[in-house]
Ligand binder design. Structure first.
Ligand SMILES: NC(=O)C1=CN([C@@H]2O[C@H](COP(=O)(O)OP(=O)(O)OC[C@H]3O[C@@H](n4cnc5c(N)ncnc54)[C@H](OP(=O)(O)O)[C@@H]3O)[C@@H](O)[C@H]2O)C=CC1
Ligand SMILES: CC(=O)N[C@@H](CCC(=O)OP(=O)(O)O)C(=O)O
Length: 346
């Protein structure tokens, strides 16, 4: 039986990627597609790669338009989904709501207010099934908070070492590079082609990036104790992709073999997360357009640290693919349904 799905924010990058994947999903039928300033436009004018839906017209994003579907994806700027989700709850109580924005990811209202500067909308099950115990939380869920793109990368990179109790909680350093689509479609002067092409620069330096509390939340849950993270994002001259390099101090007496086997065991049964053969390091190119994550790790015995490098596509596993993976679990479908795209090369 086909599930009806509505996609809000369909004119944006995240909503467009949700639609790209849903078009290839065998168990869904696409219902309402909505936007804000672009309501009334043909989808083909805004998402010219989505040929199958080119002549569909974008509706206004309202709870009335979105209600009555089995599933609603919210791909809206953060802060916009809390009120809409509350209205959907009363109009359409049986609908599975999947929020690609940040509004429902954090458990701490204080951290939300500190980093986002608005009242906290609440906490929904966190859509990263590969974290320990998380898959069970998503099976049959009626609300899902899709993780941020950096947190997906960083949590998958480091969680196995914390779950296995091999890493110190207080000396975690992550530097990550992202493609420009992470910032969304709206015009931003620092993202003009002439500013970004052929150049890289950091931003959100010094603990200010809003994904820091989300990464700390996930790693603390894995460790069973508070984990402190120093996180520095950088902007890279590419449209898609994240490469995160994460390092943490290894506890005394833990040897390199134990470290490697913790990661290999954590992901041995996962369809989308791959610890590469030793000596092969990840590249963003190899995962573009796919729901896959590739990673490699090394033990730096001199520094007493593990170094993990992980790559994914911020719009696929980092947003829309991860969201559909969680949707599949919530609907009782096979987790990989509609997500068998391989990477593109070159
Ligand atoms: N880009 C990425 O890599 C990732 C994005 N996300 C999250 O997904 C969400 C969407 O991001 P992204 O697609 O990149 O952003 P875009 O700027 O590309 O798209 C934003 C979408 O939201 C709509 N919109 C804008 N303002 C409002 C409003 N006030 N009310 C309702 N709809 C509105 C826009 O409609 P219109 O065009 O008609 O104005 C557009 O469809 C964000 O919360 C982001 O945090 C999560 C992980 C990664
Ligand atoms: C290049 C760039 O600006 N990237 C974005 C990525 C964040 C993102 O998209 O995640 P949310 O879902 O939490 O908004 C940023 O660093 O803010």
């Amino acid at each position: 039986m086909s599930h009806t799905v509505a996609v809000s924010g369909a004119s944006g990058y995240a909503g467009g990627e949700v639609l790209r994947l849903l078009i290839a999903h065998p168990e869904v039928e696409i219902g309402a597609i909505t936007a804000h300033s672009n309501a009334g436009e043909r989808l083909g004018a805004l998402q010219p790669h989505l040929h199958a839906l080119a002549d569909r017209v974008l509706s206004e994003t309202t709870a009335e338009v979105l209600s009555g579907h089995d599933v609603v994806f919210l791909a809206l700027p953060h802060g916009a989904s809390g009120a809409l989700a509350a209205e959907l709850e009363s109009r359409s109580p049986g609908t599975l709501v999947i929020d690609a924005g940040a509004d429902h990811r954090l458990e701490s209202a204080q951290a939300w207010e500190q980093f986002y500067g608005s009242p906290h909308a609440g906490t929904w099950p966190y859509g990263l099934p590969e974290l320990p115990g998380q898959r069970r939380q998503l099976e049959g869920a009626s609300r899902i908070a899709v993780p941020g793109c950096y947190p997906t990368t960083c949590l998958l990179a480091l969680a196995p070492g914390f779950t296995a109790g091999l890493l110190e909680a207080q000396d975690v350093v992550i530097v990550a590079a992202t493609g420009t689509s992470g910032a969304g479609k709206s015009l931003k002067p620092h993202l003009l082609g002439s500013e970004v092409m052929g150049s890289m620069s950091p931003y959100g330096v010094g603990g200010g990036h809003r994904h820091t509390p989300e990464i700390e939340q996930g790693l603390s849950q894995a460790a069973g104790e508070p984990v402190t993270v120093s996180f520095t994002p950088t902007l890279a001259p590419m449209p898609r992709g994240i490469l995160a390099t994460a390092t943490a101090r290894i506890k005394p007496g833990v040897d390199a073999g134990r470290v490697r086997s913790a990661w290999e065991q954590a992901y041995a049964a996962e369809a989308f997360v791959h610890v590469l053969p030793e000596g092969q390091w990840p590249s963003t190119q190899s995962v573009l357009g796919s729901n896959h994550v590739v990673m490699q790790l090394a033990v730096d015995a001199h520094a007493g640290r593990v170094i993990v490098s992980a790559a994914l596509d911020n719009l696929t596993k980092g947003t829309a693919g991860g969201a559909i993976q969680s949707m599949n679990l919530a609907l009782g479908l096979a987790e990989q349904t509609g997500l068998n795209q391989q990477g593109t090369a070159p």
